[in-house]
Ligand binder design. Structure first.
Ligand SMILES: Nc1ncnc2c1ncn2[C@@H]1O[C@H](COP(=O)(O)OP(=O)(O)OP(=O)(O)O)[C@@H](O)[C@H]1O
Ligand SMILES: [Mg+2]
Length: 312
């Protein structure tokens, strides 16, 4: 057993990283605020950094070495394995503790989808197209969805309805040349969290209008959370099983959250993606699922830290 595992909060130095410089910075700061409050409440020895693209500052912040880094970060550079790689090289444990490879695989949606299909988990049909090509011709029948290869928080996700096109919708595309295009899956929005290799519960997210976009994710009273999701038991169990399989297919550790669409008309279930650093803002899904399972926010943070400290 490692020296710090099991751990005592008062004796554990936690370096909290939040912020970052990508499109999910504000979400990360909100997750970080909740993490900092919880760490302080529990008596951890804590220091926090608003992470910039400055490796020297990061190395200085992590000197002397903390016992663990807690990642209140989302998105490009910080959830995609690059930051995890730096921490691996520095030999500092981190939580949530999906490693560099799992983080990279999960962030790249086309690669993750291929691995999901290999693991027997159905995905929305589609493919990767060039932005200039889909402006000229529809890549598939409408309605379809276009999304960046590796963003989060619904940034850059657009539904192209019948009679519309990316040009008509005047979409700006600062996300690189490649675009992931998927058939639109009508029906319900479902999500399931896995904690330490156990699926916890399935939640339904019902936006009051439109789809589950950035505004509906992070504005009060825009989306109703229904937990447990009011769906047939066999569908519920299937999503729990797919979530665990997705977690394992990418080699995730400690926690993940997988997002699904379910069409009650024909029974189709599709996984959309998996998040290795799921949002923990006051409106986020994971804290809600944990609360439903009797796991308080403080217990969640404690568990993530314990799990990170106990890993080899
Ligand atoms: N193929 C699809 N069919 C129907 N709706 C979709 C599809 N793909 C995405 N959406 C809608 O867009 C939302 C965001 O998509 P997705 O989960 O792929 O993006 P994200 O930016 O990675 O989200 P997250 O905040 O979970 O990181 C979904 O929750 C869903 O509401
Ligand atoms: Mg999602």
């Amino acid at each position: 057993m490692k020296k710090k595992c099991p751990h005592i909060p008062q004796e554990t130095h936690v370096a909290l990283l939040m912020g970052g410089w990508n499109s999910e910075r504000e979400v990360s700061l909100s997750t970080g605020k909740g993490f900092l409050e919880s760490l302080t409440r529990q008596g951890y020895q804590v220091k926090a950094l608003d992470l910039k693209r400055d490796v020297a500052e990061l190395v200085q912040f992590l000197t002397p070495r903390p016992d663990i880094v807690l990642l209140a970060l989302h998105g490009v550079y910080v959830e995609d394995g690059r930051l995890q790689g730096i921490l691996d090289i520095m030999d500092i444990p981190y939580a949530p503790s999906s490693g560099a490879l799992a983080s990279a695989l999960a962030t790249n949606k086309p690669i993750a989808k291929q691995l999901f299909v290999n693991a027997g988990i159905p995905c929305a049909k589609g493919g990767v197209f060039k932005w200039k090509d889909i402006q000229a011709t529809h890549p598939m029948h409408t309605p379809y969805v276009i999304k960046p290869i590796d963003e989060g928080s619904s940034v850059g996700v657009y539904i192209i309805e019948k009679g519309q096109s990316p040009i008509q919708n005047k979409i700006e595309w600062p996300f690189g040349e490649e675009v992931l295009v998927e058939e639109y899956i009508p029906g319900l929005e479902l999500s399931c969290a896995v904690l330490k290799d156990k699926p916890l519960a399935v939640i339904e997210l019902r936006a009051k209008s439109g789809f589950y976009d950035y505004k509906n994710k992070y504005t009060d009273n825009m989306t109703t959370h229904l937990i447990p999701a009011p769906i047939p038991k066999d569908v519920y169990d299937q999503i729990m099983d797919y979530s665990l399989r997705a977690h394992q297919a990418l080699g995730c550790k400690s926690i993940s959250r997988s997002d699904f669409r379910y069409n009650p008309e024909n029974g189709d279930i599709c996984i959309l993606e998996l998040n290795t650093l799921p949002g923990c803002t006051p409106l986020s899904i994971v804290p809600d699922i944990c609360r439903y399972k009797g796991i308080s926010f403080d217990e969640l943070i404690f568990t993530l830290i314990e799990d990170g400290l106990c890993r080899d």
